[in-house]
Ligand binder design. Structure first.
Ligand SMILES: Nc1ncnc2c1ncn2[C@@H]1O[C@H](COP(=O)(O)OP(=O)(O)OP(=O)(O)O)[C@@H](O)[C@H]1O
Ligand SMILES: [Mg+2]
Length: 284
């Protein structure tokens, strides 16, 4: 699905986002510098760049989860029905961010095991994600959790609801994380290297699931990866980042057929699986 962001109100608009940290020697390190981009409703934007380029800092800024010593300037506006001119997320207090996080904007992290509590059943954790925002009875939360677990194709959710994280494989745990992210039907799903820790076959299955979820829920997606092969499979547009600075921002198709930045060309040349991908790109 291609959406021209000019024609339709964006879901989120990031303008001149800059993230800095004080350094040990009394200086300042700028890790994200003047980033401007938007994501339209239903659109998937990829954020690509090598390790340390500022991808996670950008997503954490949107989630309001940057370390407390981070200095953030610029604007991150979240639009949506009933929100008029949009909600400014930069400088928003923790309590207000907690209402948005997990509800309107949800995130999937690279390592599901560190995000799941080993002492609670996976079902209860998905149900709690629902209850935190929607309230309601324990029974309603359980039903919502089971529905979300079905949505990510976990087998026999009524039974596996009662299992603990260690009883699942890495791929299944990532499905549980996706269920937890989806249970409140977020408008924006942020996935930060969601498949990097998985082997290639499982990675492919999780990518297919993310594509399916997008198609069925209409959620917008901010997909973060260092892997161009992965980004070509799931995104409509790509923002290439280097040292916290945008190198280019184009449709995924254009990025691969006609890269503008030298840095993008270097990334493409360094991605061995890209030939398979051209075909994947064609079938998109
Ligand atoms: N708490 C912190 N204080 C100071 N600098 C930090 C802090 N956390 C991260 N950084 C720096 O911010 C820069 C961007 O980090 P970020 O985690 O966004 O990179 P990334 O693109 O997500 O990389 P990766 O692909 O390895 O996940 C890096 O240079 C990192 O060293
Ligand atoms: Mg990162």
């Amino acid at each position: 699905m291609m959406i021209n962001p000019e024609q339709q109100r964006n879901l989120i608009e990031v303008t001149d986002l800059t993230v800095r940290f004080p350094t040990a020697d009394g200086g300042i390190a700028t890790v994200v510098e003047g980033l401007t981009f938007a994501v339209a409703p239903g659109e998937a934007l990829g954020l690509v760049g090598e390790s340390g380029s500022g991808k996670s800092m950008t997503s954490l800024a949107i989630m309001g989860l940057l370390p407390p010593n981070a200095q953030v300037t610029g604007s991150i506006k979240l639009f949506g029905s009933g929100h008029g001119d949009g909600v400014e997320l930069v400088g928003r207090g923790d309590r207000a961010m907690r209402r948005i996080r997990g509800d309107r904007v949800a995130m999937i992290f690279q390592d599901p095991l560190s995000s799941l509590n080993p002492y609670y059943t996976v079902g209860d954790q998905v149900a709690e994600a629902y209850r935190a925002h929607r309230g309601g009875s324990a029974q309603a939360a359980k039903q919502a959790a089971i529905a979300a677990m079905e949505q990510v194709h976990l087998r026999d959710p009524a039974r596996t609801y009662h299992h603990y994280p260690h009883q699942f494989s890495g791929g299944m745990r990532q499905r549980i994380m996706i269920a937890m992210a989806l249970v409140c039907e977020p408008e924006l799903l942020i996935a930060d290297e969601p498949t990097t820790a998985l082997d290639v076959t499982v990675q492919s299955q999780v990518l297919e699931l993310i594509k399916e979820v997008r198609a069925t829920t209409g959620t917008s997606l901010l997909f973060i990866t260092h892997d161009l092969a992965v980004v070509s499979r799931v995104t409509d547009r790509v923002l290439v980042l280097r040292h916290g600075v945008e190198q280019e921002l184009r449709t995924t198709r254009e990025l691969f057929s006609d890269p503008q930045a030298d840095y993008t060309r270097m990334l493409i040349d360094a991605t061995p699986r890209l030939h398979d991908l051209d075909e994947a790109g064609e079938s998109r």
